[in-house]
Design a protein around this ligand. Structure first.
Ligand SMILES: NC(=O)c1ccc[n+]([C@@H]2O[C@H](COP(=O)([O-])OP(=O)(O)OC[C@H]3O[C@@H](n4cnc5c(N)ncnc54)[C@H](O)[C@@H]3O)[C@@H](O)[C@H]2O)c1
Length: 302
């Protein structure tokens, strides 16, 4: 208890699912939290004040929280969320960019609106909510701030029927890598979480595959994501930045980042005949590496 004492945090999309659990655990650890949520349906339509329920729960337990209902998907919304924290608590230390929606379709059937709205909430949403905070860090020279961004295996590995979501989530990992460099001089850390949990976004997909959902158990609970996010937001994570942390099925892991794993150099221009020779070796090198990484990444018991 107390690992976030005196910290002020913004958690977007904290009215339900993973964000809600993060807000609750942050408060348990002593933070004051802005609970942002537009109260949208899973596809981003409709609005409600679901954030009020989380704030009421926090206050009933003696914690400090305030609700915000702005969308993360516009510059005005992102600024409004940041202003709520500043107006209420006078400072910000932690931003969790968690809000999300889905519009799953293959590209054949994906309309422009399905593309735009998913990119707007996820990728643009990270820009809209993070820029006011980044500017504040620079202008006030506030040290040791934390930004936790939410990606997905959809964007990091690829998942059928999610070109819009996968593009946004892959973009979020890239956004985080670059921002980690830009904020390093302020000792701010920017890390990416790739979660897996049973929430209203994933329960229907799980059930369609004939799998059972267990929102409370350690293999699927959004509380698992909250625990790891809380640790990354705390002083214990000082100096850890630009990383992708994988939390699902009861494990916590660290992901590899794009890197050249085998290469050849020729003194001169490449010919097609050279490439006939080296390309199969590169593909073999990649297969070996994938095998190595698969074994290395097997969860170890603690
Ligand atoms: N659940 C998983 O297994 C899983 C896997 C990979 C990634 N994620 C990511 O984790 C995050 C949380 O997902 P979840 O499973 O808890 O979903 P959820 O639907 O339970 O919660 C998402 C919340 O975001 C809110 N929201 C949607 N659009 C918003 C907007 N424009 N502005 C503000 N709030 C908005 C919704 O109202 C909702 O309360 C998302 O970014 C999601 O893409 C989840």
């Amino acid at each position: 208890m107390g690992s976030l004492r005196d910290k002020v945090a913004i958690v977007t999309g904290a009215g339900r699912g993973i964000g809600r659990e993060i807000a609750l655990q942050f408060v348990e650890e002593g933070a004051k939290v802005v609970v942002n949520d537009l109260g949208a349906n899973p596809d981003g339509t409709e609005h409600s004040k679901v954030a009020d329920e989380v704030v009421a729960e926090i206050k009933a337990a003696g914690g400090e929280a305030t609700a915000n209902y702005d969308t993360v998907a516009t510059v005005e919304g992102g600024q409004g969320i940041f202003n709520t924290a500043m107006d209420t608590y006078g400072a910000v230390d932690i931003l969790v960019n968690n809000a999300g929606i889905l519009r799953d379709k293959t590209l054949f059937n994906m309309e422009e609106e399905d593309w735009d709205v998913v990119i707007a909430v996820h990728l643009k949403g990270h820009y809209c909510c993070t820029r006011p905070f980044a500017r504040y860090i620079r202008e006030t020279n506030r040290q040791n701030c934390r930004i936790l961004n939410f990606s997905s295996i959809s964007g990091l590995y690829g998942n059928f029927g999610q070109t819009n979501y996968g593009a946004a989530k892959g973009g979020i990992a890239a956004f985080s890598r670059v921002l980690a460099l830009e904020l390093a001089r302020y000792n701010a850390s920017v890390n990416t979480v790739s979660p897996g949990a049973s929430t209203r976004l994933t329960i229907p997909l799980r059930e369609a595959r004939g799998e059972k959902s267990d929102v409370e158990g350690p293999l699927q609970s959004p509380k698992q994501i909250a625990a790891v996010t809380t640790w990354l937001a705390s002083d214990a994570a000082q100096g850890i930045t630009g990383q992708i942390i994988d939390v699902m099925r009861g494990w916590v892991g660290i992901m590899q980042q794009p890197a050249v794993i085998r290469s050849f150099q020729k003194n001169g221009m490449w010919s097609l005949a050279d490439l006939d020779k080296v390309m199969p070796q590169l593909i073999e090198g990649k297969k070996d590496h994938d095998e190595y990484v698969k074994k290395k990444g097997e969860p170890e018991p603690i």
